[in-house]
Design a binder for this molecule. Structure first.
Ligand code: 3NM
Ligand code: MG
Length: 515
């Protein structure tokens, strides 16, 4: 049976989600909004009531030519004439269910790990519900939170089996994250066929409008989608040849960068931006992003001075920029320092798509572990000790998993789009002696991501980084004026400005032989 799983509604009759509304009415509204399959999930009602409601729901779903699936209860599915059942790992096994229901009914299975998923496919499941993607109040007794990375691992394994089955992801999916769930969970040879949703539709004030919105999002590719490019033979030379052109382009465009940046470095980052021909705005107020994101600008999330209200403000802003397809840079400052910051990293990675994640070695490691969900290995402790190779693998794996760019900064920087890994040895030791010099890289790279017209987003970040680090080298070389960190900073700004001045005239001499 061919079933359209693209927008899979799972019901919930509890007061916390349904409220005092009529379930049949909510389901019909959702069907009007374009839900493609409905599961009646009711863990508390008695059998008689279950069958009665299932029959009513079935009358409605039939009008819309949409299959009705019953959660857990093969008997209720049979009695109500529903098109199938959805079984958890602790419910009746597939073979027994098939014997009772016959072969033309749909059987869906919940899976939260590769083993469960493979077993279900081998036993003949028609589709899999993969989750829990994100922690959700709708189901708190979940086996594990697997994130989009966990979904991707399962899809990747399924893609190699002989028998192919359809899949939906479930858990905490809503209009703000549906795009990135579909995008980031896609394995090279297998993507989700849909998403399963409870509260975002059932608890909505207007279930029809939310279903319509979700449907529209599912049908259009995300505007932030990034295509990693295959490395060319002379990759590094080819990239470097384009760097001064990108710098010139940014200078011409004069892009806006919205910085949600820590208060220690806000002033310095704004000065760097101005010197580099970038228009900075510093705002911690998430709702302002709605207005700011309509301009062709970038957003920088720097959690250096996190407060109890920061996360919700960040999420509002990320959502606004994500829906416009404008770049968002994430600087997870001090990611592993406290449990609050570790949770913040998880929440932010679940809540939106980042075009670029930029951090030092410890921060990038932390992001890699946190965002993989509980199935990832534990947190490393102690000072940074990984080899050059391990750093290259880390940035490549994180970029591949998040389908974005990752920049690990240090004496040597590592930049990857998931295919290519570029190392950059430019810069100067004095950059590490003054605060804000790392954070300002977020502002610079955000500006370059939004202003570069190249399809190659890695090139954009590389150009911004090289401009910045060459300016630092130029400043440090000015021995007449620079005696240490204090005198370095103003000369550094002057050198950024000098590159701006040259680039605005099409003069690329600042770059020749410097990278
Ligand atoms: N099953 P919401 S998570 C019913 O992980 C259900 O198998 C899950 O609700 C699983 O869309 C879940 O409101 C609840 O987050 C999903
Ligand atoms: Mg169950």
């Amino acid at each position: 049976m061919v079933v359209n799983l693209s927008l899979y509604l799972v019901t919930d009759s509890t007061p916390a989600i349904l409220g005092s509304r009529d379930l049949c009415h909510v389901v019909e509204e959702a069907l009007k909004g374009g839900v493609t399959i409905v599961q009646y999930r009711d863990k508390t009602s008695d059998t008689g009531v279950l069958i009665e409601i299932a029959k009513k729901l079935h009358n409605i779903t039939r009008k819309y030519n949409v299959p009705l699936i019953i959660n857990d209860r093969v008997d209720v599915a049979l009695a109500s004439g529903a098109e199938g059942v959805h079984l958890g790992q602790d419910d009746m096994d597939i073979r027994a269910a098939k014997e009772i229901l016959g072969n033309d009914k749909i059987i869906g299975i919940s899976a939260s790990c590769v083993e469960d998923a493979v077993k279900a496919v081998q036993e003949g499941a028609d589709y899999l519900g993969i989750g829990t993607v994100f922690a959700t109040p709708t189901k708190t007794n979940t086996k594990s939170i697997i994130g989009t990375a966990g979904v991707k691992t399962i899809l990747d394994t399924l893609s190699r089996l002989d028998r192919q089955v359809a899949t939906v992801a479930i858990g905490g999916i809503n209009t703000t994250n549906v795009h990135r769930v579909i995008y980031q969970s896609a394995a090279p040879a297998k993507s989700l066929d849909g998403v399963a949703i409870v509260s975002a539709i059932v608890a909505a004030e207007n279930p029809k409008a939310v279903a319509e919105k979700l449907n529209g999002l599912i049908a259009t590719p995300p505007s932030f989608a990034m295509k990693p490019l295959a490395p060319r033979n002379n990759e590094v030379e080819a990239l470097l040849a384009d760097v001064p052109k990108v710098v010139q382009q940014v200078v011409t465009v004069h892009p806006l960068v919205h910085n949600m940046i820590n208060y220690v470095v806000a002033n310095f980052a704004a000065n760097v931006a101005l010197a580099a021909g970038i228009s900075p705005i510093m705002s911690q107020y998430g709702d302002e992003a709605k207005d700011l994101s309509v301009h062709n600008g970038a957003l920088v999330i720097n959690m250096g001075t996190l407060t109890s209200s920061s996360i919700s403000e960040y999420l509002k802003a990320i959502s606004a920029y994500n829906s416009n397809g404008n770049p968002v840079v994430f600087d997870p400052v001090g990611a592993g320092a406290t449990h609050i910051r570790r949770d913040a990293v998880k929440t932010l990675l679940a809540g939106g798509y980042f075009s670029l994640i930029k951090g030092n070695e410890r921060e990038i490691k932390e992001v890699f572990q946190r965002s993989g969900g509980e199935s990832q290995r534990g947190v490393d402790s102690g000072p940074s000790t990984i080899s050059d190779n391990a750093k290259a693998t880390l940035v490549r794996d994180l970029a591949r998993r998040e389908r974005n760019l990752v920049l690990l900064t240090g004496p040597v920087d590592y930049l990857s789009d998931g295919n290519r890994v570029i190392t950059i040895a430019n810069g100067h030791e004095l950059l590490g002696r003054a605060t804000g010099t790392g954070c300002a890289v977020g502002t610079i790279t955000g500006a370059y991501l939004v202003a570069s017209s190249s399809d190659d987003k890695l090139l954009a970040v590389l150009a911004g980084l090289l401009m910045y680090e060459i300016a630092a080298e130029n400043a440090a070389a000015d021995k007449d004026r620079v005696r240490g960190p204090g005198t370095f900073l103003p000369v550094f700004l002057d050198e950024i400005y000098a590159i701006w001045e040259k680039s605005s005239k099409g003069d690329h001499s600042w770059f020749t032989g410097r990278a």
